[in-house]
Design a protein around this ligand. Sequence first.
Ligand code: DCP
Ligand code: CA
Ligand code: CA
Length: 369
Amino acid sequence: MSGSRVIIHVDLDYFFAQCEERENPSLRGRPVVVCVYSGRSEDSGAVSTANYVARKYGVHSGMPIYLAKRRLTGTEAAFLPLNRSLYAAVSEAVMGILRGYADRFEQVSIDEAFLDVSERVGGNFDAAISVGRGIKDEILKREGLTCSVGVGSNKLVAKMAAGFQKPDGLTVVRPEEVRGFLSKMPVGKLYGVGRKTEPRMREMGIATIGDLAAYDVGELVRVFGVVLGKYFRNAANGIDEETVQERGTAEQVSRIATLKQDTRDLDVMLEIVYQLAEVVHRRVVELGRRFRAVAIMAVYEDLSIHSRSKTLEGPTDDPEVLRRTSKELLERLLKEDAGLRVRRVGVRVSSLEERKGQRVLTEFTSDPR
Ligand code: DCP
Ligand code: CA
Ligand code: CA
């Protein structure tokens, strides 16, 4: 069937917190809050995410930890620090499963991806629903996680559909249903309409996505500029031509760790860097790959992030090259930086040589701030 695309969007539910529940079933049923501790004082920092039990008490991503604690007073709430390597490993496993369901696959963040399934379902939305169910079943069975799935005729509609019913949702929006699906929603729900844009639109008398769809496009362009103005106009009408794109250039494997204490001592840092290099190397070998670029990164005590990278002469899987290059890069970084102490260090290899069509996308650091 030509012209009719079928796109699936998958987003894991309360991802970091759900990983924690999976590792420790005694957490189930209790409020679970994953925290990014800043280290300034005991409760300083922000909520990374919370499970749906905690959300009922008004706890959400980005909220100060002390406020979340206040809202959960008297409950059995668990407050947990980030365990990034766990989330990265779970993400990799889930993405591996999803890839198998797609003609074309695009991971967009640690817990979500787009799948173009147009060919395999022959443009048929009922067949796409079965694919969606298969995905949910397999992720639950193999990884013990729930996710929310949206099916639509483009990426925008698929993503909005996935967000429509959470957690554990499966929402299908057929081409003829797009307008009805979008028009009644508050304009702030439209992908791309953020906290700054929404009030501006409300001032203009635009309350729903339907209002935006009917708004004079010349006026939108005048207010938001030509790129955004046209984007809003199209998006509100459910029009989106973006293709699902394999992200070959983003392939990398990385690991990052927090030092016992902030330091500038090369040997102390190298001890950790060599461990990270070993883990990264093992993963690359597991994947049957070789790497062509190495990077080292550091998060300083002021939370600034700096890195140094090097492209090798050719692809290699030699652990000694990784160790040596990491050391060289760390020395260079320490020589050239601002002299602050280092809190976290990371090692990344990229430009992975492709074999077996496998892909890995690990975020170097997803420190939310
Ligand atoms: N995240 C974070 N800080 C934020 C937003 C997100 O650390 N401000 C992390 C934790 C989340 C993960 O990214 O688990 C995925 O983000 P989502 O926005 O998809 O949120 P969740 O998966 O936690 O919840 P939902 O069920 O709403 O998708
Ligand atoms: Ca999610
Ligand atoms: Ca997400």
